[in-house]
Ligand binder design. Structure first.
Ligand code: PAF
Length: 279
């Protein structure tokens, strides 16, 4: 695996690959890698000819400074994992490389996606995500961008940003990887103690409860049931929501539409999110 901190090296390596007719896959990350990230790398290795990844903890997407300060950094181990998974090129930029002094901030019109669910609880977060992914895609000319379904709303926001900016690429959304307990893999899980990790698996149990109890008609009672279940397990719940596959809130279900269940809840101040397509 080639590792570089510099845009000039990265663009020239990628252009050489493109000129040789190779299909480029890209997996952006903020490091603290786990099996979920590795499944994205493996998918790219399977489906493209040259896999690029990046590690950059993007300050612009943290609405909470304490959260940024606590974000785990495990670069040495990340490099080993990427190498073992068959990644070809790693971009490891400094903040100055991504946001130079003359960097022009854009505003992305992602519509309702910005004010619902995660957007509601993390003001400015999705503008920060669009900003960094746009910047990365302007450097890494890929054919396929791989993102994890764990961040369902992020996938939709980035799809919209790609539509707005016109990058000629395909978005490949890869299913969530879970621990045996059902807990969705996340870099934040590193902050959980062994007991907290066990409790955190209740988020998955709640998604299963929502799936099992989904019935045609009014949904408020079911959402409340999920909310109460998690509250009783010691979580501070931001939302337990049921939506269609475009994340539009569902209060009444016709028995036909695809339904996505989404949860955000904190355990001892560690905020976790998860989702599941339940119909
Ligand atoms: O999902 C993430 O790790 C980040 O939001 C991303 C897409 C790498 C942008 O910083």
């Amino acid at each position: 695996m080639i590792i570089s901190k510099h845009i000039a090296d990265i663009t020239s390596i990628i252009e050489n690959q493109r000129n040789s007719g190779r299909k480029i896959g890209f997996v952006p990350t903020m490091g603290a890698l786990h099996e979920g990230h590795i499944s994205l790398i493996s998918k790219s290795v399977q489906e493209t000819d040259f896999t690029v990844s990046s590690i950059f903890v993007n300050p612009a997407q943290f609405n909470n400074k304490a959260d940024l300060d606590k974000y785990p950094v495990t670069t040495g181990k990340d490099i080993e994992m990427l190498e073992a998974a068959g990644c070809d090129l790693l971009f490891l930029p400094s903040a100055d490389e991504i946001y130079p002094a003359d960097f022009q901030k854009k505003q992305y019109d992602v519509g309702y996606l910005e004010t619902i669910l995660e957007g509601k609880y993390r003001t400015g977060h999705f503008q920060g995500v669009c900003q960094v992914v746009d910047r990365l895609l302007s450097i890494i000319h890929c054919d396929v961008l791989f993102l994890g379904q764990k961040d369902y709303q992020q996938c939709m926001v980035i799809a919209r940003m790609i539509e707005l900016t016109g990058y000629p690429l395909k978005l490949n959304i890869v299913p969530t990887v879970r621990e045996n307990s059902g807990l969705a893999m996340s870099s934040r899980n590193m902050r959980l103690s062994a007991t907290e990790k066990e409790t955190a698996a209740e988020i998955y149990q709640t998604l299963e409860i929502l799936k099992k109890n989904l019935k045609k008609g009014a949904l408020n009672e079911l959402k409340q049931k999920g909310f109460d279940y998690l509250t009783n397990k010691g979580f501070e719940v931001d939302y337990v929501e049921l939506t269609d596959d475009r994340l539009r809130e569902l209060n009444d279900w016709d028995g036909e539409l695809n339904v996505v269940a989404l949860i955000a809840a904190s355990l001892n101040n560690i905020r976790l999110i998860d989702n599941m397509t339940i119909h």
